[in-house]
Design a protein. Structure first.
Length: 184
């Protein structure tokens, strides 16, 4: 069982190339996260690329310790279309989030990226549950997440917090693979 990704981690799965984020991705990340439409349901990010580079330096330290993984998705290789993370890794869970994809990404790329990140999480931590949260107004993403039959673990005025077991994920995953594995 692998419990830590190598520094040079790369993966080709479901028509997407996946790799760990690099400093040169800072401008792309800032562009995604500061886009008014794409960033509507995520935590605010500074438009200062140098601040993103600083954040990435600190992140790389957490990555080296196996505490967090930030992925860039490309179609084809070397053309980034989105990002997603695994973080808050604990004894019994890992959290996924920071899921943002460019408007120009192929149909289904964001869905497939979510599947890939969950798969990576369970390949690393097969006995843990997957956690995520959504802002209440983000109805399309909430509907997608609910398709995996998660447990609602808590709720605030603005957020819903979910927990999903690998077995529930596996039951629904095939539906999305049939729909989206032929990226166009």
């Amino acid at each position: 069982m692998m419990t830590k990704l190598p520094e040079n981690f790369e993966l080709d799965r479901y028509g997407l190339h996946v790799r760990l984020v690099r400093e040169e991705d800072a401008e792309f990340i800032v562009r995604l996260r500061t886009d008014s439409k794409l960033g509507h349901y995520i935590h605010a990010t500074s438009s200062d690329v140098s601040k993103q580079i600083e954040w990435l330096h600190a992140y790389k330290e957490r990555e080296l310790r196996g505490k967090e993984y930030y992925f860039v998705f490309e179609v084809p290789q070397d053309h980034p279309v989105g990002v997603m993370r695994i973080y808050d890794i604990s004894n019994d869970a890992f959290t996924i989030g920071s899921w943002v994809f460019d408007k120009s990404s192929p149909k289904g790329a964001a869905i497939l990226a979510d599947l890939i990140v969950k798969e990576i999480g369970w390949e690393l931590f097969p006995d843990k549950v997957c956690l995520w949260d959504n802002m209440k107004g983000n109805t399309n993403v909430i509907r997608f997440g609910l398709s995996f039959h998660p447990t609602l673990i808590r709720e605030t005025d603005t957020q819903l917090f979910f927990s999903c077991r690998k077995e529930n994920f596996e039951k629904t995953k095939q539906l999305y693979l049939r729909m989206y594995t032929k990226l166009k």
